[in-house]
Ligand binder design. Sequence first.
Ligand code: ADP
Length: 255
Amino acid sequence: MKQILELKNIDFSYHTADAETLALTKISFSIKEGEFIAIVGPSGCGKSTLLHIIAGLLSPENGSITFYGNLNPDHKINIGYMLQKDELLEWRSIYSNVILGLEIQHKLNTYTKANALQMLETYGLKQFANSRPSELSGGMRQRAALIRTLVLDPDILLLDEPFSALDYQTRLNVSDDIGRIIRGEKKTAILVTHDLSEAVSLADRIIILTKRPATVHQTVDIRFETPDLSPLERRNAPEFKTYFNLIWKELNHND
Ligand code: ADP
């Protein structure tokens, strides 16, 4: 598998009129194509900041980011972002929401339109193509938001607490659903979450950050004896509890 992204010794501080807040210090890790990594750490440690840096929304003070082995200050790589809120526009139909990014990026053509419709069909939303977002459940809305990102064919998907606005029961089902779609589409993904169960159920590798200023405390490879388990199946597998306890201990140790 090709390495898609590498961060080396990333430092970042926020500067306000009366203070400087060091958020990240000497963050280094890499991710290969098709890998799913989760980043966990105490609230306020710098997880979202890290995603913003990877997305090119913030520039690191020190350190380097390479995409496919090249220093890439212009972020020419195609990055998809999925947030806590689905940000679907109520005045547009589900189909019009799904093609919004294509429209903005001037990539709307016969092929991309057909692909968007195909994705809606594959993921069970075809009959809602002309519905408004408010007519869909929270889970279906998140699925539509994911399709809106996937039709742009991102090289990496960044997921910033994408399920945390949902109630517990819905959250389990939606994370299972979204996890299966991302695996099915063979996408590279980085998930930021404070929910350890979510991280263990979805990721190939978990990066544990320290409290702010965040640095990498430990990296844990997640391997289940039975391969290709769905996120919900992982939750019932014997290794699940072991990984959960290990990561819980590490998180609390570095507190
Ligand atoms: P997390 O995602 O882990 O909860 P964040 O990346 O959102 O943490 O924030 C990391 C730290 O940086 C926090 O202590 C927060 O207070 C601070 N911070 C975040 N955004 C800003 C900002 N725009 N200006 C100043 N400080 C900020």
